[in-house]
Write a protein that binds this ligand. Structure first.
Ligand code: ZN
Length: 241
């Protein structure tokens, strides 16, 4: 029996925050192995690179092709329009500003409180869809600069959402304590080389939205902070195999 063919242990419905990147795609596989029913949500917040939004649909389609057991559990996809975020930020992801490290230690790609907003909208959607678990790829290990990715922030959100909705709303972050090499290892563990290849080929991480060059770890410019992390993690994981 392949890892993907195992029956889910948890009867709840999960809503995965799927951006189309490596981390959220690994989280989708994690949720599909664990929960009886899984739906996905994405956010259009005026990203400079819309390619990410295309990748999220491709990842879903390719997962269904490669893993029929998971296809049977994968439900609807939802895309929420959050372009109002452009009114609140001056981020390099949205405007044409260069990506740089700011004096406060955060990259200029940071949208203040973005994950808090995403989780709040996701929770409202989950409530309507009968889902009681939110799954996100937030991680302290590689992105400790983002305060809304920290474990305590997300635990506080779980409490606030559960109280505010008056129903249990779990916030699961399977990558919280993994580095990028360990995320590749988790991917392999969840779905073998078929899943690893799918993540390499079809997910998007590059901040610049470049998919012209195919590296061993996937497509991207190869030099932005996101590409550098992804490449270093892949290299460390491959070396340990
Ligand atoms: Zn890049």
């Amino acid at each position: 029996m392949t890892p993907a063919a195992r029956q889910p242990q948890d009867a709840r419905t999960a809503l995965v925050l799927l951006s189309g990147g490596q981390d959220s795609s690994a989280c989708l596989a994690w949720a599909l192995q664990r929960y009886a029913r899984v739906e996905t949500v994405g956010f259009d917040y005026g990203q400079r690179h819309l390619i990410e939004l295309d990748c999220r649909l491709t990842v879903r389609a390719e997962l269904c092709k490669a893993f029929p057991d998971w296809a049977a559990r994968l439900g609807a996809d939802h895309l929420l329009d959050l372009r109002l975020l452009a009114q609140l930020s001056d981020s390099a992801l949205i405007s044409e500003r260069a990506i740089e490290w700011q004096a406060n230690g955060l990259p200029s790609t940071f949208v203040p409180g973005r994950n808090l907003l995403f989780l709040t909208f996701a929770a409202a959607l989950a409530y309507r869809r009968g889902a009681s678990v939110l799954v996100g790829g937030m991680c302290e290990t590689d992105y400790s600069g983002y305060p809304d990715c920290r474990d305590n922030t997300l635990k506080a959100m779980q409490v606030a959402l559960s109280l505010g909705l008056d129903t249990p709303m779990a916030v699961e972050t399977p990558l919280m304590w993994l580095n990028k090499a360990q995320t590749w290892a988790l991917t392999e563990q969840l779905g073998g080389s078929a899943l690893t290849e799918l993540v390499v080929e079809h997910t998007h991480t590059c901040y610049l939205g470049t998919r012209g060059v195919r590296h061993a770890w996937g497509y991207g410019c190869g030099s932005c902070p996101a590409c550098s992390l992804r490449a270093a993690g892949f290299k460390a994981w491959a070396a340990a195999c």
